[in-house]
Design a protein around this ligand. Structure first.
Ligand code: FES
Length: 103
């Protein structure tokens, strides 16, 4: 059975500025705003222990701050080495000004 987990307010997230979220019982997540739509991925790089929200977002790409690897925010696919493993992506729902993931 799926469940909605509240992450943050829509006002917390700015375009091209990934927002880190920690919710008890879940891995760290990153919330992104791209072309008016919210996206959520795991916030931990699959190559090492870097927080992607410390990296650089350009459009739908997030670049890791450690070794320059990158991922597609929308699909989680690795785009540049040394990243090869995809990122977890979450289904997002916005309700009454709050951003949720469906888990
Ligand atoms: Fe992210 Fe190495 S830890 S590219």
């Amino acid at each position: 059975m799926s469940k909605m987990v509240k992450l943050c307010s829509v006002d917390d997230v700015e375009t091209d500025l990934p927002f880190p979220v920690e919710v008890d019982g879940y891995p760290p997540m990153a919330v992104y705003l791209i072309d008016g739509a919210f996206h959520v991925t795991s916030n931990t790089c699959t190559h090492g222990n870097a927080m992607l929200t410390d990296g650089f977002q350009e459009g739908d790409t997030i670049e890791c701050p450690f070794h320059g690897g990158s991922f597609c925010i929308k699909t989680g696919a690795a785009k540049n080495l040394p990243c090869e493993e995809p990122l977890a992506v979450y289904k997002v729902q916005v309700d009454e000004g709050q951003v949720f993931v469906v888990v």
